[in-house]
Structure formats: structure tokens, C-alpha cells
Design a protein around this ligand. Sequence first.
Ligand code: ZN
Length: 224
Amino acid sequence: MKLFGVAKIKCYYKFMEVKIIRQKRKTMVLKVLNSQVAELHVPIKMSAYKIEEFLESKRNWLNKAQKRMLENENFSNYFDLQKYVYVNGEKVYNVNCLAMDYDNFTDEKKHKVLRKHYLSLFQQMEKLAYELSEKTGLTFKQLKSCDSTRIWGSYNSDRIMKLNWKLVVLPKRLAYYVVCHELCHSLHFNHKPQFWKDVEKICPDYKKLKGELKKYSFVLRTKF
Ligand SMILES: [Zn+2]
């Protein structure tokens, strides 16, 4: 490993370049700039061995950071904000770009418009929730949209069910699973085996869907 200037670390997906920056400081700080480049700030006299040891101890962390960066980079490719966006898991024409001065919008404004568009589609989720509630007999007192970067939905003891508006981005089968999952919390406020048995009754594929949903967690984390 070359330790002055740039170190190349083999990560899970591809090599990551770590720029080693020597400066007046006492501790080492590792910053990931994108999926291919990181910076390691080290004290001026830190030995090559210590730097190598530190990088080695951070390998798992780097792998994870790289994975997250890659997901976000892929995601911004999906949402090129010009012509195409994702709705119900499918790439569709971004109708917003028909606005006369769309090309002159800042990225921030484009995000705002897209977000508004997604929120207008949230009624699809409401429809799904009411239909599934009727079909299964599992009820809620109130349905609300939520804007979490961690969870797709929730169901609390006041019987308020919340669904993340970003569900409209995902393939419909995944939104279906999330609604089934939350509806089953009307029976159990936990994730014990009986809860999953009830989920399975209304969503037999739930294990597969649950796994697939994990792959989309970057949608939750992305601000748009
Ligand atoms: Zn749950």
C-alpha cells in the first residue's frame, strides 16, 4: 500500500482512492467524498504503519459508505430530473418538464416540483390502504402520509396508520407489502412470530418482498 499521497483500498464494489492529507492535527479523520474517493486527514508525523492499520480497521465502514454512495449516485441517475423519474417502480416521463421554463429551474426547484408531483400521487396509497382494509377487515382510525428517511410506514396505539409518501416511487408489490405489514399492527404492536403469521395470511410472498424492500432503502434516505 502506498501511503504518501494516495492509497488504493479494495472495497466491496470497486477500488476506493484514499487521499492522505498530512496536517497539523492530533487525530485521524476519514471522509468519503463519493463512491470512489475518500480523504484521510492524518497528523504530520503519523507513521505509514499506523495509517495502514487505521485504514484496515475502517475497511468495513468504507465498504458500507461506498455502498451507500453508489446507491445515491444510481438514484440521482434515475431521477435525472429532466425527462424521466420513477413512479411505481417504473421509469416514466417526467411530466413536470413540460413546464415552459423548466430548463431554467434550479435543481432545488426541480426537486420541489418532483416532490409535489409524488405527493399528488399519494392518493394511490390511500386507495390501496382503504381497499386492503376493506378486504382484510383490518382497520385504522386515521391514515396520514409521512416523510421519514427511516421508515416506510407506522401504526400507533391511537390506530393512526402512517405511510411514507415515497412509497409511490416503489414497485406496487412493495407498497402492497408495506400496507399489509402496517395493517397487521392493528392486531399486534410487535414483530413476534404471530404478527408474521398474520402478515403471511394476507401477503403470502411477504418474505421475498421484505427482502426486496431493503434494496430500496436508499429511496428513503434520499432527499428530493
Ligand atoms: Zn412493523
